[in-house]
Design a binder for this molecule. Structure first.
Ligand code: 5GP
Ligand code: ZN
Length: 118
């Protein structure tokens, strides 16, 4: 398969052009382990559809974006920390630290997480 957006790292992972440890797949989303984990479990959940930032999400995307959250919940159960607790966060643009411009939830679990984040 060819990446939907050939300039996008996560489209390349979706297309199998860059390897990743995939932990979840559905019709609308996939999830894989972050290459630079910030917690014992750090999984990135992405839509199959290329959407650059939260600013580009439209009402037509609501089901797809919602599916990222059901994916995150299912992965938290599979990883064993759903009851204990975990964090799901999506960065938007430079000030929040977004570096890959294909929206993604970070799912962080397996340790106590402080608030507020940096
Ligand atoms: P952002 O900074 O855009 O919110 O998050 C991008 C995330 O993608 C970072 O946590 C970064 O470690 C992760 N990442 C960047 N390149 C790769 C890669 O090639 N493979 C995987 N699995 N994760 C990546
Ligand atoms: Zn993409």
């Amino acid at each position: 398969m060819t990446a939907a957006n050939p300039d996008c790292l996560f489209c390349k992972i979706l297309a199998g052009e860059i390897p990743a440890e995939i932990v979840y797949e559905s019709d609308t989303a996939i999830a894989f382990r972050d290459i630079n984990p910030q917690a014992p479990t750090h999984v990135v959940v992405i839509p199959r559809k290329h959407i650059a930032t939260i600013n580009d999400v439209t009402p037509d995307d609501e089901a797809v974006v919602g599916s990222l959250y059901s994916a995150a919940g299912a992965i938290a159960v599979a990883e064993g920390f759903a009851d204990e607790g975990y964090r799901v966060v999506m960065n938007c643009n430079a000030a929040a630290g977004q570096t890959v411009f294909h929206i993604h939830l970070h799912l962080l679990g397996g340790r106590t997480l402080t608030w507020p984040p940096g």
